[in-house]
Design a protein around this ligand. Structure first.
Ligand SMILES: Nc1ncnc2c1ncn2[C@@H]1O[C@H](COP(=O)(O)OP(=O)(O)OP(=O)(O)O)[C@@H](O)[C@H]1O
Ligand SMILES: [Mg+2]
Length: 510
């Protein structure tokens, strides 16, 4: 067809014994948004890296305008009008937005005023909102991503590939990104979007191409499919997407926060008299707009934040209260408080990339001190358990985690935390970058830990999941507790309202 921007034919890519792409056919059209969908490790990033010049195919061909082309470097990719936004950005922190955009181009010799004008023109055309003179280190993740996209457009990208751009965005930022993508589509650009969130696929794409275990399954029109149909194609069998929510018989108080206040470097409260109780046998959800104090809350509990005022009390199995405020993270662990902590920042993720799963498990049990020393006995068992339960795609438990796909690395991280079975299990954004099937496996594991008597806290963004998974939901707004609601009785609207409004509501639980 005439609107075909680029075509892949029978592409094969191997890494040693691993066949990452096994005879893939794909057509990418101008004026369309194509979603690339597949489970963690199914070969999406690898395939797109062959269009961006990072890898070369072992077999097969890439066609542009009916001619076979070879893309040997990112520079070649630019010359064919292909630009890719990777999950890890390649920006220079101390440079301004404009300097980063022209980095490595002839335009570096150009007058910066002219560059700024050209950047402004791109921004106005597609609806980006950036300040070309701002330095990267002053920018949010979402702003950095915008710079990466503008950089590709500045270089004349006609085909834009985005690898899980929304994994790091808030729902509001995602909406903004999608508005820009729609403008680019109207302008005739070809867009490939990788995402695991099916609601996003349904919302923004025209077509969906599905990969399964390195193989190409097919391309469907978004209008003619639905989330269940897509999941079945992705997994290769019918899957049920629902969460069991059993009730625990005798919940007991496990972690009690009273008036916890945390100030930032400027003396502004990030947590403002936060009070609540987390109980055994319960998943306590934490909802809030990004930056409402979620990070500070988890850090305060784990001893990573200085608590100005208030108390955080852990209650031992025999009922003895242990005050955590004032203790270092190490001391908190030595008291026997086991905390499972999945960091918000996926990149600084507490794994050693060159080591395999087993050694990374060991790392965790050592760090946790005596509370869960039983883990140390058998990290190999632990690694095997995580491998099996979360279906980690890896040739062995010794395979360096750095070479796994993004989602599989995340599985190791989350799996390790859950498998260490701490009495208080804190998780933040645990399913970021995980495929739908694995996300449900994680929900089930958290529920299992809850039924084993853990006090689980789940910081998340997707309200649908919070409503289905949790027993109670604590809503943060500007560092204050906007309220705590029964997840079985509340609605999305009520939570949405509480996320943006404190007032009319008590500043915490009774
Ligand atoms: N440099 C490498 N060396 C060895 N194996 C690799 C390398 N890069 C990718 N692989 C393997 O290729 C397979 C596909 O990985 P890829 O990153 O393309 O998956 P993906 O579909 O992007 O997954 P995710 O959704 O988790 O990001 C995986 O099994 C991965 O371990
Ligand atoms: Mg990937």
């Amino acid at each position: 067809m005439s609107n075909c921007a680029i075509e892949l034919r029978n592409i094969v890519k191997r890494f040693g014994k691993v066949v990452a792409n096994d005879g893939i056919n794909l057509q990418i059209n101008s004026g369309e948004i194509l979603c690339l969908l597949g489970e963690n490790g199914s070969g999406k990033t690898t395939l797109m890296n062959m269009l961006s010049g990072i890898y070369q195919p072992d077999e097969g061909e890439i066609l542009k305008d009916g001619n076979v082309i070879s893309i040997r470097s990112p520079r070649d990719a630019y010359s064919y009008g292909i630009g890719m936004i990777h999950q890890h950005y390649h920006l220079v922190d101390v440079f301004t937005a404009a300097q980063n955009i022209i980095l490595g181009l002839e335009d570096e010799k150009m007058d910066l005023g002219a560059v700024n004008d050209k950047v402004k023109e791109i921004c106005e055309r597609y609806g980006f909102d950036i300040d070309p003179r701002k330095k990267i280190y002053d920018m949010s993740v979402s702003q950095k991503q915008t710079i990466e996209i503008v950089k590709q457009l500045y270089r004349g990208a006609e085909i834009l590939i985005l690898d899980e751009p929304t994994a790091v965005l808030t729902p509001q930022e995602t909406d903004k990104l999608f508005a820009v993508l729609r403008n680019m589509k109207k302008d005739g650009k070809a867009i490939v979007l990788i995402t695991h969130k099916l609601a996003e696929v349904m919302d923004v794409s025209d077509k969906v191409a599905i990969l399964r275990k390195g193989k190409y399954i097919g391309t469907v029109n978004t209008k003619e499919t639905n989330p269940q149909g897509l999941t079945d194609m992705m997994v290769g069998r019918a899957v049920t997407l629902n969460i069991d929510r059993p009730v625990f018989e005798k919940p007991e108080d496990k972690l009690v926060l009273r008036d916890v206040t945390v100030l930032d470097a400027d003396g502004i409260p990030r947590l403002d008299h936060v009070s609540f109780t987390a109980r055994t046998g319960e998943i306590l959800g934490v909802a809030g707009i990004a930056g409402s104090g979620q990070k500070e809350l988890l850090e305060a509990i784990t001893g990573l934040q200085y608590v100005t005022k208030g108390s955080i009390t852990f209650i031992n199995d025999n009922g003895t209260p242990v005050e955590l405020v004032g203790k270092t993270p190490m001391q908190i662990r030595q008291v026997g408080v086991g905390m499972g902590f999945v960091p918000e920042d996926r990149l600084g993720m507490g794994l050693v990339g060159s080591m395999g799963m087993t050694n990374n498990m060991m790392l965790r049990s050592w760090r946790q001190g005596k509370g869960v020393f039983f883990n140390r006995k058998n990290p190999e068992n632990l690694a095997n358990k995580v491998w099996e339960e979360l279906e980690v795609v890896t040739p062995s438990t010794e395979f360096p985690v750095r070479r796994m796909s993004g989602g599989n690395i995340q599985k190791v991280l989350v799996g390790r935390e859950i498998a260490s079975r701490p009495p208080v299990l804190l998780t933040a954004y645990a399913v970021r970058g995980l495929d739908i099937n694995t996300s449900y496996a994680i929900y089930n594991l958290l529920t299992r830990e809850k039924m084993n008597g853990s006090a689980v806290m789940y910081v998340g963004e997707e309200l649908d999941v919070l409503l289905e998974l949790c027993d109670r939901i604590l809503v943060l707004c500007g560092g204050k507790v906007s309220g705590i609601v029964d997840a079985r009785k509340t609605t999305k609207e009520e939570i949405g309202f509480m996320m943006t409004t404190v007032g009319g509501l008590k500043g915490g639980e009774k």
